[in-house]
Design a protein around this ligand. Structure first.
Ligand code: AMP
Ligand code: MG
Length: 385
């Protein structure tokens, strides 16, 4: 909780101030003076882009807003720059990074194969946007980026600042999510300041991330294009463009071995223990209410992750002083639920809950990505009712 206090001081300091330095705030073995800028993404300030460009060109790290989640960027063509990303996050070095580009020339420079008609059709339809494609890599991409794989993951982000930074620096930018490894991905400025101040050279605070879950990772190397990680572009949308699409079987059960190295890690995890309850809406609500009551009787602080439609059931049963209830939004709007999910997990941590009971989300459209992240956050702790 000491950290939360310091974090509030920083946010208080930051508002209304265009830039400031966070010195030695949170070391973790790294002691960087982090420059933080609050920007208007609809009206970019060229001076801030230039300053971020000089950090990227000199091998430093910049946290950038994107439409999926905030990213922790560095020059993708420099092993040394990329090693700073792994260090800042505490990310295992066998988990490869996504390379972000702003134009086709950059793609051609970093891939070692011709662009297939399917890849072209997907790029035409979904770029810039939350779709990552896997290509054979060229010799220009250092092995640290791809964790020794012969393939490289690439996407073009739909973010004015990210695209301008890539373009201005003339470099592809490797960027994983800008959270400490294992923690929920950051979708709001306060999340990145909290996790990354003192660990990176610069933080650019823009809007809350519009999509709120990471990109879909698609492997086109086999006969059937395969989703290695569900994300912002849905299975249904991919099928419309390229027909048959498979889902990596390693994603489906907790003992499977996923093809994307990163998917094997415990991820997105809040501090609290988490249980997902799945089934008919009414049965789920009844079960959650019962579990919450029992946990409270055992003196646990309880969090409930609900929807707009069911929140009233819990708030009529429990006093808001005793229990933290967060709604992800209406069950009718899976995109709203996606946009709010990671922030909700962090909110539970801030409230210091011991256990989170969560309603399952329907696994269609972007709900597939939401449930994938929720299952990992819960360590596949699911109860069917
Ligand atoms: P993050 O950077 O945190 O958004 O995670 C990137 C995801 O893409 C991880 O799950 C990686 O394992 C996956 N990924 C990156 N590069 C490759 C690749 N060449 N082949 C398969 N998966 C990849
Ligand atoms: Mg990540």
């Amino acid at each position: 909780m000491l950290r939360s206090r310091a974090y509030y001081d920083i946010i208080d300091l930051a508002y209304g101030v265009p830039a400031f330095l966070v010195s030695n705030f949170y070391t973790g073995g790294i002691n960087l003076d982090t420059k933080v800028f609050y920007i208007d993404e609809d009206n970019l300030d060229i001076n801030i882009i230039k300053e971020a460009t000089s950090v990227i060109r000199s091998g430093g790290t910049v946290v950038i807003p994107t439409e999926t989640v905030y990213g922790l960027g560095a020059n993708a063509l420099s092993s040394e720059a990329v090693s700073r990303i792994f260090k800042a996050k505490g990310r295992p070095s066998d988990n490869p990074l996504i390379v972000h580009i702003s134009c086709l020339d950059m793609l051609i420079y970093i891939i070692g194969e011709p662009i297939s008609p399917k890849a072209q059709a997907l790029m035409d339809r979904f770029w810039p946007g939350p779709l990552t494609l896997i290509f054979k890599k060229s010799s220009k991409v250092p092995r640290e980026v791809t964790a020794g794989l012969e393939t490289v993951a690439v996407r073009m982000p739909d973010s004015s600042f990210a695209l301008s930074l890539i373009e201005e620096s003339g470099l592809p930018i490797a960027a994983p999510s800008a959270n400490l490894s294992g923690k929920p991905s950051p979708t709001m400025p306060e999340h990145v300041v909290n996790d990354m101040a003192g660990r990176v050279d610069m933080i650019i605070c823009g809007k809350d991330s519009r999509v709120g879950v990471e990109s879909t990772v698609l492997d086109l190397s086999g006969d059937i294009p395969t989703i290695l990680r569900p994300g912002g572009v849905t299975y249904e949308q991919l099928r419309e463009v390229i027909g048959e699409v498979a889902i990596d079987p390693g994603l489906v059960d907790k003992d499977g071995v996923p093809k994307a190295p990163g998917m094997k890690y415990t991820h997105y995890a809040p501090e609290a223990e988490m249980l997902i309850v799945k089934g008919h809406v009414k049965a789920v609500a009844d079960k959650l209410a019962q579990l919450a009551k029992e946990a409270m009787e055992a003196n646990k602080r309880v969090g409930i992750l609900s929807s707009d439609e069911t929140k009233i059931i819990y708030s009529s049963l429990f006093d808001s002083e005793q229990i933290k209830i967060i709604s992800l939004g209406s069950r009718e709007s899976s995109s709203t639920m996606a946009a709010r999910m990671f922030a909700a997990l962090r909110e539970f941590d801030k409230a210091g809950v011991d256990v989170i009971y969560a309603e399952a989300v329907e696994e269609v459209h972007i709900g597939m990505a939401v449930m994938n992240r929720m299952k990992k956050a819960a360590g596949f702790n699911i109860l069917e009712v």
